[in-house]
Design a protein around this ligand. Sequence first.
Ligand SMILES: [Zn+2]
Length: 267
Amino acid sequence: MIDFIFVFVLGLFIGSFLNCVSCRVFLEEDFVIKNSYCPNCKHRLSALELIPVFSFLLLGGRCSHCKNKISWQYPLVEIATGLVFVAIYWSLGFNLLGTFTSYQVWSLIYYWTIFSFLIIAFIYDARHYIIPDRITFFGTIISLGWIAFSFYSNILSMENILPIIYSGVFASLFFFCLWFFSRGKAMGFGDVKLVFLLGLILGFPNIIVALFFAFTLGAFIGILLIAKGEKKMKSQVPFGPYLIAGTLFALIYGSDIVNWYWSFSLK
Ligand SMILES: [Zn+2]
């Protein structure tokens, strides 16, 4: 249990860092860690103000200097990152008493890293309706590196690698068609690039689970928003967050769902 708490707290701090990065990508600043500051008055945050969630509660959601309201995005992203980190740790079968190979430790680091990239893409797409190319590009490089490392470690054979590459290519082609035939109205081109990365992360058939989840959740929330009168039928809605939520879902439950599905169709 103590390890879960430790992983959650680690996720809170990473989430705080991802908040900073997602703001700076937009401002075209460097990725280099500089002192964090209030986006309104540029007041530098003290060590106490850098503690995730806790500082937000302590300051009552306001900057200690200019009293400007701090966005709810900050504590929400921190908590969400904490939960994502715990979910990955748990789904890879880690626990404090178990033993694990160095490959398992590397896979934990890989999934934490790649989901940190996806969380930035999530925040960014939700706020600005665009997925930064650098995020997709570096995420793709890391995932290809991971596949190569798995091959080198004798975990994946050539027959395992091809379906992973195909799931990226076919998911991307499918989204390219959606983008092309709707003239960019149903799907942005950022999504075409993003799903290639998601295919590399999940492989086949988990990518299908992720896309199915994303379209179902997207339709459900879309109907809710239209019913509440917040969006119209033709409103632009960023799809990246749904795809990323679907990827997390497929990573954790994908194999269970695929087994469940096959158990039905074989009867
Ligand atoms: Zn301020």
